[in-house]
Write a protein that binds this ligand. Structure first.
Ligand code: CA
Ligand code: CA
Length: 213
């Protein structure tokens, strides 16, 4: 029996070969988050990447907001379309995505009030809305117009209020491989944020009433 020397070597070899195998293809197609629950398919692979299938699974997904590839006219079929999974698979040769380009798939995440696209609705999203309160915008959720009617107003406050504290947990798979999700900085919710949020809304409404008088 001569197995002792294998112990320090085997794990290292295993890790090295896993890295070598996975490095070129593991994250070939990524999911990039945007404001208001928006998402795009993206690749940084040299020479681009052909997409055959993808799946987003999690909670509170938005079938209505999802602008699937099949809806956009590409040769794909929706294989799952419900609040816990959105998935598509090719019906032809797949879809080529060139390096560095973004392919929007609408707003598949239910976090409409997420101005900074980090996957959660927190006080920082509220601040953006209050800075732009009662202004017109064509920028949508990024500036606080969550319902997309061109005006940042109290209805957007109500929308944010209803989603405050919401945080998404989800997985993304492209071409049957776990892909990564980009632009999702971790943000620790401040315990006092909910209280601040409430009093700030009262403050804004108070200012509005004064102006009206
Ligand atoms: Ca956010
Ligand atoms: Ca609005």
């Amino acid at each position: 029996m001569f197995i002792a020397p294998l112990h320090p070597i085997t794990p290292r070899l295993l890790i090295t070969s896993l890295l070598l195998l996975s490095a070129p293809s593991l994250h070939a197609v990524s999911l990039v988050l945007g404001p208001g629950g928006a998402a795009s398919l993206y690749t940084d692979a040299a020479g681009g990447e052909t997409l055959f299938s993808y799946s987003i699974s999690g909670s509170n997904l938005s079938v209505a907001g999802w602008n699937s590839l099949s809806e956009q006219g590409y040769a794909f079929n929706q294989s799952q379309a419900n609040s816990s999974q959105l998935a598509e698979i090719k019906t032809d040769n797949g879809l080529y995505i060139s390096q560095g380009s973004y392919l929007s798939i609408g707003t598949p995440f239910g976090v409409i009030a997420d101005t900074n696209g980090d996957g959660s609705v927190t006080f920082s999203d509220f601040l953006v809305l209050s800075e732009n309160f009662e202004t017109q915008t064509e920028q949508g959720a990024a500036l606080g117009d969550f319902n997309g009617n061109g005006l940042v107003d109290f209805s957007d406050f109500e929308l944010l209020s209803g989603q405050f504290g919401l945080e998404l947990e989800y997985n993304f798979i492209a071409n049957s491989v776990a892909g990564k999700i980009i632009d999702r900085p971790s943000e620790v919710p401040v315990p006092a944020a909910a209280w601040l949020f409430g009093s700030a809304i009262i403050g804004v409404v108070g200012v509005k009433r004064k102006r009206a008088n």
